[in-house]
Ligand binder design. Structure first.
Ligand code: URA
Length: 189
């Protein structure tokens, strides 16, 4: 484990541990306040993220920012956002299990440095990797479980909400539950 961001970030940025590095424009390390207590984790960069080097900057990112704002959260102030894999999978396919397993080491190091109190998984892939392999996002979104002293919750992926807008109220409820959990834990924003 790297003990500082100054050590971790440059090594990660030049990662060639899996084949995804071959197709990347930019590695997408993460964005936000590294002292925040709430960490959001998506699946992997899409086209816009690969071009800009920042997570969730495409259409799904705009929706995510609006839902965050509704509960007083802001990617530049009081949360951190990262992904399971840091390089864009070709044609936005799901990251392969071996790509996830290789890349998650970087995420583990980020979690070690941030020490979040709450982790919110954005979508099925992150939930299955971080909460439980048989996690059912449609049934279990919005439910908090404690794992190694960290409260974990998954919500619907913003890209899925763009495809199925009728699910937006369910996702919004999850963000309200997140805000309630933050208040319950006395987390500063
Ligand atoms: N979808 C994700 O899961 N992550 C991103 O960064 C962008 C879109």
């Amino acid at each position: 484990m790297y003990q500082t961001w100054e050590e971790l970030e440059p090594v990660c940025m030049s990662c060639q541990k899996c084949g995804l590095c071959e197709g990347r424009t930019n590695l997408v390390f993460g964005v936000g306040n590294k002292n925040s207590k709430v960490l959001f984790i998506g699946e992997g960069p899409g086209e816009q993220e690969d071009l800009k080097g920042e997570p969730f900057v495409g259409r799904s990112g705009q929706l995510l920012d609006k839902m965050l704002a509704a509960v007083d959260l802001d990617r530049h102030k009081n949360i951190y956002i990262a992904n399971i894999v840091k390089c864009r999978p070709p044609h936005n396919r799901d990251p392969l299990p071996e790509e996830q397993e290789t890349c998650i080491e970087w995420l583990r190091n980020q979690v070690y440095l941030i020490k979040p109190k709450i982790i919110v998984c954005l979508g099925r892939i992150a939930a299955m990797k971080l909460i439980r392999p048989d996690f059912k996002i449609t049934k279990e979104h919005g439910v908090f479980t404690e794992k190694n002293g960290v409260w974990m919750m998954a919500t619907l992926h913003p890209a899925a909400l763009l495809r199925n807008p009728h699910n937006k109220p369910d996702a919004f409820d999850d963000f309200i539950k997140l805000r309630e959990k933050m208040d319950e834990l006395g987390l500063e924003i």
